[in-house]
Design a protein around this ligand. Structure first.
Ligand code: ZN
Length: 202
């Protein structure tokens, strides 16, 4: 399986990092070795002094597909969760300044934390609220209505380049409020008030 991530998909977050609003989705991938699940502890990697949390809605792909039209994209998922796209911001800033790919900053082991998956049922995927708490304080508030590229547009765009397979995950971008984590921090992510992720940074 693969993990596909969207960068700069919320306008306020793009601005907080000094980036322009993109006219096409910004795409990067993580390998399956990046997955951390079951609320296991996240260990800070030794190669960064500035690891940031990015809370995101995560879509699990249910069936194989390529060149999927936007109007059919919703047939390719039934389960969603929240995840953390951990980012070594110091490495990423350095790579960005040199025009180099982001993988070392974004795709390292355990950098894709995923929560418990829940059925979407009849909920509107573009009208979901989520929050991230760090040590009991709310640090990110997301509303999927604010996505610059909607989930079905993302699936359509991505599937023109990569065949999507059962079990693939899509991280759909983070709202404003990203920040650094330190050893001892506890992160809790809630979707419509339901806790899907609760783990500690070590
Ligand atoms: Zn992200």
């Amino acid at each position: 399986m693969k993990i596909i991530c969207i960068g700069r998909n919320y306008g306020l977050h793009a601005k907080e990092l000094g980036n322009d609003i993109p006219d096409k989705p910004v795409i990067f991938c993580k390998p399956d070795t990046a997955i951390l699940k079951n609320n296991e502890d996240f260990y800070l990697p030794p190669f960064s002094n500035d690891v940031h949390y990015e809370a995101e809605l995560v879509i699990k792909i249910d069936k194989i597909g390529k060149t999927i039209a936007p109007q059919f994209a919703s047939k390719y998922y039934t389960q969603i969760s929240l995840g953390i796209d951990f980012t070594a911001r110091d490495l990423q800033s350095d790579l960005k300044s040199k025009g180099l790919p982001w993988e070392l900053a974004k795709a390292f082991d355990n950098s894709a934390v995923i929560g418990q998956f829940v059925p979407l049922n009849n909920k509107n995927i573009q009208d979901l609220h989520f929050t991230l708490e760090k040590n009991g304080e709310t640090v990110q508030v997301g509303h999927t209505a604010d996505m610059l590229f909607k989930v079905d547009e993302i699936i359509s765009f991505v599937s023109a380049y990569f065949t999507l397979k059962t079990g693939d995950l899509i991280f759909t971008g983070t709202p404003a409020g990203v920040g650094k984590v330190s050893a001892g921090d506890r992160l809790i992510a809630k979707l419509e008030g339901e806790e899907l992720l609760n783990f500690e940074v070590k």
